[in-house]
Write a protein that binds this ligand. Structure first.
Ligand code: PMV
Length: 321
């Protein structure tokens, strides 16, 4: 049996604009997703994903090409793409385990996809570089959900904190230790595909205006990269607020997010913004050590739940035992 695990992620800067070729910055968080895989002596693939209420879901290898229920789609499409590329087929027992709830938007789909392909490559002794792992995982995510820049896939593979351009055109580590971040969950589940679609409709309707906003966000990301690298957190916080203004212009924020962000900033955060597609999920804030408790309390008072996460953690890895 082989077990692989990959981290979840938090978008720090550049969401939405990254879908249109501008850069973004993402950090890997210490809530991991793991996948254990063993070969079977028959032609079946059996999936167990207890956190998704999937028990002994059974499918024959010959039917891997079909449509799968959402809860098993990433794992099964990953196995299909792996078999297609490396020409090895076998029945499999697959078991997933999540350290985090998929409701927070930490990227469980990308982490489970990357872990599955990593575990399969180890199980079948296929040598696979990080870039190959990226390409096959990104293809899997696009096969299942059609849209996405691939930032979450890169984060699951490379870990740490990355400066990223769509499709893995640039994947560059920003060398730092920990980020003084606070994460507030709104309690509302975001629907990434709907929000990405909404932005694409806006772009179609007002091309120049929206392209201009993407350019502005891209510039903020380039500046943020330097501030993060030098641990200039108050300046990075200022840029978070700037980024948030443009996200509001894209109409992807929400009353809940706005409330948590306003309360965080009013109580001494360096800056705050939504993280990810928007519409719900989480907001993030940067704050000094001295202010962390006050800002966290303010976010909770405004209706948020603080999620404790370590950032800048290791990417995908094989787990012993
Ligand atoms: O909602 P999340 O955390 O999956 O983030 C989506 C980020 C987008 O830029 C809106 C889409 C993408 O794939 O980059």
């Amino acid at each position: 049996m082989v077990k692989a695990s990959a981290p979840g992620k938090l978008m720090l800067f550049g969401e939405h604009a990254v879908v249109y070729g501008r850069p973004c910055i993402v950090t890997a968080v210490n809530h991991r997703m793991s996948v254990s895989i063993d070969k079977r002596n028959d032609e079946n693939i059996i999936v167990n994903a207890p956190e998704m209420n999937v028990r002994d879901y059974k499918i024959s290898i010959d039917n891997l090409n079909g449509k799968h229920p959402r809860e098993t789609a990433f794992v099964l499409t990953a196995a299909k793409n792996f078999f297609d590329k490396y020409g090895r087929e076998s029945g499999l027992d697959i078991k997933t385990h999540s350290e985090f709830s998929s409701k927070f938007g930490f990227g469980s789909s990308s982490a489970v996809t990357v872990s599955t392909i990593k575990a399969l490559s180890e199980l079948f002794g296929a040598k696979i570089s990080k870039k190959e792992l990226f390409d096959i995982s990104y293809k899997t995510v696009l096969d299942v959900q059609r849209v996405g820049s691939g930032f979450d896939v890169a984060s699951a593979i490379y870990g740490r904190t990355l400066y990223f351009i769509k499709g893995g055109k640039t994947i560059e580590e920003i060398k730092i230790k920990e980020i003084p971040i606070i994460v507030g969950y709104t309690g509302v589940k975001a629907d990434t595909s709907t929000l990405v679609k909404r932005v694409s409709e806006k772009l179609e309707a007002e091309n120049e205006k929206i392209s201009n906003i993407f350019d502005k966000i891209g510039n903020i990301v380039i500046q943020s990269k330097e501030k993060i690298r030098k641990s200039k957190w108050s300046e990075a916080g200022f840029l978070m607020n700037e980024n948030q203004k443009y996200l509001e212009m894209l109409e992807v924020s929400s009353p809940e997010l706005d409330r948590l962000i306003a309360s965080s900033n009013k109580n001494g955060a360096y800056g705050s913004k939504l993280s990810g597609a928007g519409g719900g999920d989480c907001m993030i804030a940067l704050a000094s050590k001295e202010n962390t408790a006050i800002v966290s309390a303010a976010i909770e008072k405004a209706g948020g739940t603080i999620i404790y996460v370590g950032t800048n953690v290791e990417g995908v890895r094989i787990e012993e035992g």
